[in-house]
Design a protein around this ligand. Sequence first.
Ligand SMILES: C[S@@+](CC[C@H](N)C(=O)[O-])C[C@H]1O[C@@H](n2cnc3c(N)ncnc32)[C@H](O)[C@@H]1O
Length: 485
Amino acid sequence: MRVDGKLYLNCKGLGHVPGINVGDHFYSRCEMMAVGLHSHWLAGIDYLGAAFKKAMPSRTFPVASSIVLSGCYEDDVDNAMDVVYTGQGGNDLLGKKHQIADQVMEKGNLALKNSMDQDLPVRLIRGNKTKKSYTGKVYTYDGLYKVKKYWAEKGKSGFTVYKFLLRRMEGQSVLTTDQVHFVSGNIPSQPSELRGLACADLSNGKERIPVPASNVVDKVPFAPNFRYLASNEVDKNLPDPIPAKGCNCKGGCYDVKKCSCAALNGKKFPYVSLNGGRLVEAVDVVYECGPQCGCGPSCHNRVTQRGIQYRLEVFKTASKGWAVRSWDTIPAGAPVCEYTGVLMRTADADDLFNNEYLFELDCLQTIAGIGGRQRRCLEENDIKISGTLKDAPEQPEYCIDAGTCGNVSRFINHSCEPNLFVQCVLNEHHDLSRARVWLCAADTIPPLQELCYDYGYALDSVVKDGQIKVLPCYCGAHTCRKRLH
Ligand SMILES: C[S@@+](CC[C@H](N)C(=O)[O-])C[C@H]1O[C@@H](n2cnc3c(N)ncnc32)[C@H](O)[C@@H]1O
């Protein structure tokens, strides 16, 4: 079955060969052989052997053609776009799936090494456990990957194993991991179960839920000089904003006609109470109830004030540095985390050119349509420009600098096809130029999918002394713009 360019295959057991039927929804492992995706019954690595030398004399054989990642090896790590694949041999595949002998650099292992040396792509097929199939397994063809490096190490059972780091090639259909929960069986229940644990809680207890970090890609320690801020620190040179008046509701806000905060939100409440609070839709700015409101802390119009509600993990990627994912499914519209750091005047920020963690607060400019980084919601002709907006400065006056301190959000990478969007939120005051920045789920996000938002830079927009800063994008999306800025 093809869904969004992905081929779904179903393992119906090795003895059953119904033949290839293009209209059929599922394929068995032997059908995988028949359609030429993978031609070994049991081995995870399929390769072209020495017999191919005659046809392609310039190539070094064996060369890998496909690998199946099906949870048979205890040392495999699957980060969707990056995979650490355990080589073949020495595994008790039909028993407890433990290593029982050292691996050797031959056959499939040598084929993967040769593929790396010759820069050749390898097909990646994932075996996914599912209760929906009577065999308990579904296979997906997840595109082409390249072997980036390999090494030998002592595996979990104490025997030498070869490890191959593979990275998904760019320019392919987006890996729609929301269709297949290939990693669902591997979600840790607590940080101590995490492979490559680099830090048990980078928030040092400042978040209600610990935020661990893991690294299975290299030996670089987790950002040692980093100071965690659960909420923004305000630069001492900034004047206090005028506090918002607040509504007169009692015990909660329910009546849109009477609640003055609902009035600011266009006579409606921005959140539905489901799953701890989800935005009904993305808007230019959300007016939450604040300290001066009569409704109290349990009011459903205070969702972001409850902090992070999902189990987030910082993990190392092969090409983008650190990144963030969730262990929980995040429902569409849910606020995930605030971008925190030091709130300061953009003019006072150090080295705008090189600071990779600066978030310019362009809410005002975006609403006024005068060059915010991205238009977030309303169409041009929906904008009702008030006096304040007409006078808005062309450039954002304030920014959040998360260079040396901030929270988990500073590790969230850019994607040209993001699963998060930027949502400005106000509660204590109503100064649009200093709105809080929340990252919210653009869609239902399955566990362990990398969280990303669109940084929204225009190309060639980062310039210093006439020099344009160019940063290549490795988001891997089909529609990738190839550059962050
Ligand atoms: C706000 S930081 C994100 C966290 C960062 N990866 C880290 O290790 O701390 C932004 C920087 O991450 C990297 N980055 C983010 N998204 C990227 C992407 N799609 N492709 C390549 N690099 C990316 C770039 O170096 C960028 O300047």
